[in-house]
Design a protein around this ligand. Structure first.
Ligand code: NAP
Length: 296
């Protein structure tokens, strides 16, 4: 049986953490080490957050009462949806994330509520790497202004009210096609297992620096001809999308499941963002066994 014993003395500045494997980690509480625990309102998430808070405070970490931008770690408890919301709500912070899955799928969330002690031990021993999560950026220009949106999984351009839309697509200034169909998903490597995968796109290893453009129900007939499979695009290249004139007001921009509407969209430029977020990677084989576990 795996277990840990926390030994600490409130008058001392050194905490001893006895690990499950019998080792000892000495931890100084004068470093003012702060951790954010972010959780959704699912019962299991609340229980897990309370347990984790107790364990981390016992070894001298401060758990921020409200989100603290000086914290060293964000622990997000919930499913993938909770992780996506946390990153958007806290404006893509630099502080690394680690996830504990209490959701339905939890593809992002490497930990489970049963292995909190193992996680604490690995964290104290620095047995992890920091993985960059690439983001997708869209500059949306209307007839009057331009606005920037950032996505973790994907940015989707689709028609309002299930209308077919017609989009002129260029990649790195090379005209590619007039797309006709439900829309286009521009996915990050991280988002490749989300909407992109359901639409027939490929799964991309998360550290590959590419974007994927995946069509949603493309029409291929004598009238319209669109690429029917996804294309993988180099990170330096811009995907330029110009809606056909009559579609300027029929376009919806959906960022990680959140809808945005604008009047008179004339151009959308999409690329891999210069900004990234960080994620703690505890097991180097996690991606492949997670893929098998969650999808096969
Ligand atoms: P949601 O209910 O929050 O998410 C839908 C499902 O997608 C959930 O099971 C979620 O996992 C899972 N998911 C999210 N990101 C993932 C990722 N990177 N890899 C694998 N699975 C992932 O739905 P929402 O609020 O509308 O949008 C959030 C995301 O859902 C979007 O970014 C989009 O990728 C995806 N989505 C998928 C479809 C589809 O497959 N047809 C349609 C719309 C949106 P949890 O259960 O752990 O939260």
């Amino acid at each position: 049986m795996m277990y840990n014993i926390f030994v600490y003395n409130i008058h001392s500045i050194t905490y001893k953490y006895y690990t499950a494997l019998g080792g000892i980690v000495l931890f100084h509480n004068d470093d003012n080490r702060i951790i954010n625990i972010i959780y959704n309102d699912n019962k299991m998430s609340i229980i897990t957050a309370n347990k984790l808070k107790e364990k981390l405070e016992a070894i001298g970490f401060k758990i921020a009462p409200t989100y603290d931008y000086n914290a060293e770690l964000n622990i997000c408890i919930g499913g993938d949806g909770a992780f996506l919301r946390a990153v958007h709500n806290y404006s893509f912070p630099n502080i690394p994330f680690v996830g504990i899955n209490t959701g339905h799928l939890g593809f992002f969330q490497e930990l489970s509520p049963e292995n909190l002690d193992r996680f604490i031990e690995a964290y104290l021993n620095r047995n992890y790497t920091i993985e960059e999560i690439y983001l997708v950026e869209a500059i949306i220009c209307t007839r009057t202004s331009c606005i920037e949106l950032i996505g973790i999984n994907e940015i989707v351009i689709k028609g309002i009210e299930s209308k077919v839309i017609h989009l002129d697509v260029s990649i790195a200034d090379n005209y590619l096609e007039r797309f006709s169909g439900d829309g286009l998903i521009i996915s990050t490597p991280t988002g490749s297992t989300a909407y992109n995968y359901s639409a027939g796109g490929s799964i991309i290893f998360p550290t590959l620096k590419v974007l994927q453009m995946t069509p949603l129900s493309p029409i291929t007939s004598k009238v319209y001809r669109s690429l029917t499979t996804s294309a993988i695009v180099h990170h330096d290249m811009i995907i330029k999308v110009n809606p056909e004139y009559r579609d300027e007001n029929s376009i919806l921009i959906v960022v990680d499941g959140i809808q945005h509407t604008y009047d008179n969209i004339i151009e959308v430029n999409l690329k891999l963002s210069d900004m990234t977020i960080n994620k703690l990677a505890l097991d180097p084989n996690y991606f492949w066994w997670n893929l098998k576990d969650k999808f096969i």
